[in-house]
Design a protein around this ligand. Structure first.
Ligand code: UD2
Length: 303
């Protein structure tokens, strides 16, 4: 049983997005929940009707001030989430992923509000050891990974320097309902679209790269645990502890959907990580986190 925050004023940045909107749904019955979203990737149909929406850009200081007024707790899910997009537009990604995060932490410091931040396993780059523990050194191979490593360090430093309660969750590859299927979206939603439409399933490179896919419902549970844990000032891997190759993923999605799509291999993606699998023992021990949905179950219910 996950302890859920109650009777708090909560801001979810990116609350109309994929992860943020599921988080809002989990919080809204017991709390006063506010969403800050600019609806570039967030969607109106994701918005919970019991939440208050502030539409605007997190990079705008007045908007941020309005969104954070009197909050007790912040979940920071807004950001440029695509590795590929960060390679194409590093400066825009930097503004959102680093500058806006820093401004948000400053506001949280004024308000003494706990902040749970979306970090990423992209900070590790190509790891030296699999599974990847939180002690792995940071060697990001994309602007996105570098920006998330700055966010992750800032979270820790704000706790150390200012006593602000922060928790960074290093998400592995998240999937589930509401993930968009556009070019910058997660691979599962792209493969699902391709398989459903009978289009070729496009595997980047040789398809031997591995990922640890974690269902969004488990990610929401990790966030709720982070909101209530006493172990603050820490970063935690949030994955499943298991990985598959992208080739295996393509085959599973094709089989489960009963599709006749061909699997084709395209050029490798610049900045792509070869191997990824989380060591989740720290999150299990300190947060009480436990993934509950296997990839097979998650894909079956998605399709
Ligand atoms: C995901 C997250 C990112 C970060 C990272 C941590 C998204 C959109 N991005 O980046 O925010 O947390 O995980 O690792 O959720 N691929 C194909 N064909 C396609 C699309 C992708 O083969 O049409 C491959 C891609 O080259 C990569 C893998 O699938 O090897 C996963 O790609 P992704 O874009 O879903 O996720 P990733 O790991 O780049």
């Amino acid at each position: 049983m996950v302890q859920t925050p109650a009777a708090q004023t909560i801001l979810v940045t990116g609350g109309a997005g994929f992860v943020g909107s599921h988080l809002v749904d989990a919080l809204v019955d017991e709390n006063d929940v506010r969403i800050l979203d600019n609806f570039t990737t967030g969607k109106r149909e994701n918005v919970n009707e019991n939440a208050t929406v502030i539409e605007g850009d997190i990079c705008d200081s007045e908007t941020l001030e309005r969104a954070t007024a009197d909050v007790d707790l912040i979940f920071h899910e807004a950001g440029v989430v695509s590795v590929q997009q960060s390679v194409e537009e590093p400066m825009r990604a930097n503004d959102v992923n680093i500058d806006a995060t820093l401004a948000l932490l400053e506001r949280a410091r004024d308000l003494d509000a706990r902040v749970v931040l979306a970090s990423s396993c992209a900070i590790y780059g190509q790891p030296t050891d699999i599974p990847i523990s939180e002690d792995e050194s940071f060697a990001p191979s994309s602007p996105y990974g570098l920006q998330k490593s700055a966010l992750d360090h800032y979270a820790r430093i704000y706790e150390e320097l200012y006593g602000l309660e922060t928790v960074a969750l290093r998400y592995f590859n998240i999937y589930g309902p509401r993930q968009s299927s556009g070019d910058y979206s997660g691979v599962i939603s792209i493969f699902k679209r391709q398989a459903t439409n009978g289009e070729p399933i496009t595997v980047d490179g040789d398809g031997q790269q591995t990922r640890d896919f974690v269902h969004v419902d488990d990610v929401v549970r990790a966030n709720l645990l982070a909101a209530t844990t006493e172990h603050v000032g820490e970063a935690y891997n949030i994955g499943t502890g298991e990985s598959v190759t992208i080739d295996e993923l393509a085959e599973t999605i094709r089989d489960v959907s009963g599709s006749s799509s061909q699997i084709v291999h395209t050029d490798p993606r610049p900045g792509d990580i070869a191997e990824s699998e989380a060591d989740i023992s720290k999150a299990m021990e300190k947060l009480g986190y436990e993934p509950t949905i296997s990839l097979k179950e998650g894909i079956s219910s998605l399709l």
